[in-house]
Design a protein around this ligand. Structure first.
Ligand code: AMP
Ligand code: GLY
Length: 427
């Protein structure tokens, strides 16, 4: 099969790494890719939102299957475009991707389907949002409704802070057009988990659980990021709880979409908070998580191409996913300044030495090649992933590899997996 993977982050490196192991893959292209991906696939200088360019490329290169990593092209309708042109592509159509692309849509649908989520209100004009917040007396979360690279959410301990956040989002437009509408909701508390599932239109197949770490600083402090690290599986979710999440959240969401004549095919990602009142949805995403994919795919034993094709063909009831029982941990190494304005172009050293043991994989997230030198190119630069017999061993392997890597201003969290460790030490 001739394959095209769209995207150029850590998630896409993990996808390319996994697909390169398939005996069915004869040629892999990645657009735009990165310096790590370039070792496994041919990188094509097309941006992931260049729908026309990607369509032309897929036609010319006779691509058998295109796999979309990030949300932007999905929300912009890449799947609809490719499908209309008779090309095979993995991911949901734009109507289904709205679940991620428009938080007001997701909130309305959750309300209609009685899916547990934070109590919230939707506002399309600044004044009504302002008047509402002014009457509140507890912590609030203000969310830009549109796509904002995972950063469009401001958590406010005081309503006065929420008023400032509202002004930033709706008046100053710090997240651009994503701030045309907002969702203002109650602040929930509890550990956060990611539940991802394959959805083939009718069947739902849960992937192994994982936990991301959204805040930039140790101990879950500081600003929200796209994700500073993850581990899988998470000890926070029992099988019974996973079943509840499936029957009370995922199934009703797929049914609610079907009632709107929307058939969901692809990955459905639910970002959840395990509150004292049970799991509640923070967000839905229409694609694999980043960095969750970097801990999921190293544990998957199946040929990913078989799995994706079964999903596209509505045959999820005919496959069985098999997982390596060993836990995986991924620690993201970020550039100076991230998640704010960050530096680019810093030379990276030690990549080969860090990856010289079989249980360690260094996924590139934001890198580029400058001649023979790999340099930083994004805010999240690398994801050092390791497998181990226990979560402790996986962490030790990942954290022992990191000091071998160096770039100016590199920073990372030192406590990825801390909640799993706390749970283990209690048992
Ligand atoms: P979202 O993009 O909606 O998932 O929000 C990004 C991050 O903000 C989440 O992963 C949570 O860490 C946090 N967050 C979002 N909504 C809430 C909420 N209602 N209460 C507390 N934290 C939240
Ligand atoms: N890691 C969170 C996300 O992919 O949205």
């Amino acid at each position: 099969m001739r394959l095209l993977i769209i995207g150029g982050g850590g998630r896409e490196h993990a996808l390319v790494w996994k697909i390169a192991q398939s005996p069915r893959a004869s040629k892999i292209y990645c657009a735009p890719g990165n310096a790590g991906i370039a070792q496994l696939a041919e990188c094509v200088p097309l941006a992931s939102d260049d729908l026309e360019g990607l369509l032309r490329f897929a036609r010319e290169q006779q691509i058998d299957l295109t796999i979309v990593g990030p949300e932007d092209p999905l929300c912009a309708g890449i799947v609809d475009r490719f499908t209309a042109a008779g090309l095979r592509i993995f991911g949901p159509a734009a109507s289904a991707a709205q679940l991620e692309g428009d938080k007001t849509y997701a909130k309305q649908l959750m309300r209609q389907a009685a899916i547990p989520t934070a109590e919230g209100r939707i506002f399309r004009d600044y004044q009504s949002a302002h008047d509402y917040i002014a009457t509140r007396d507890h912590a609030l979360v203000v969310k830009a409704a549109g796509l904002a690279k995972g950063k469009g959410v401001i958590i406010c301990e005081e309503p006065a802070h929420a008023l400032l956040a509202l002004e930033e989002i709706m008046i100053k437009r710090i997240f651009g057009a994503a701030g045309e509408a907002v969702v203002v909701e109650e602040k929930l508390t509890g550990p956060e988990v990611s539940v991802q599932a394959l959805v083939d239109g009718h069947h739902i197949y849960l992937l192994e659980s994982s936990q991301d770490h959204k805040r930039v600083g140790d101990g879950d402090t500081g600003l929200n990021t796209g994700g500073m690290g993850a581990y899988s599986p998470t000890t926070l979710l029992s099988d019974a709880l996973l079943q509840d999440i499936s029957s009370q959240i995922l199934v009703p969401m797929i049914d609610a979409l079907i009632r709107q004549d929307i058939i969901y095919r692809g990955i459905l990602y639910a970002g959840l908070m395990l509150t004292p009142a049970g799991p509640k949805v923070l967000e839905f995403n229409c694609r694999l998580g980043d960095p969750e994919t970097q801990v999921l795919l190293p544990r998957m034993k199946n040929d990913l191409l078989d799995v994706l094709e079964a999903t596209m063909a509505g045959r999820l009831d005919q496959i069985t996913l098999e997982w390596d029982p060993r836990p995986a941990v991924c620690v993201v190494l970020s550039a100076a300044g991230y998640p704010g304005v960050y530096t680019k172009g810093q030379p990276i050293s030690g990549l080969d030495s860090a990856a010289d043991s079989p249980e360690v994989i260094v996924f590139h997230a934001g890198t580029a090649a400058r001649g023979p030198q790999v340099v930083t190119q994004g805010g999240r630069v690398l994801g050092v992933t390791a497998l181990g017999q226990t979560i402790t061993e996986a962490r030790t392997a990942a954290y022992s590899a990191i000091p071998r890597i160096h770039f100016e201003g590199m920073h990372y969290r030192h406590d990825i997996g801390h909640q799993a460790l706390a749970a283990t030490s209690k048992t």
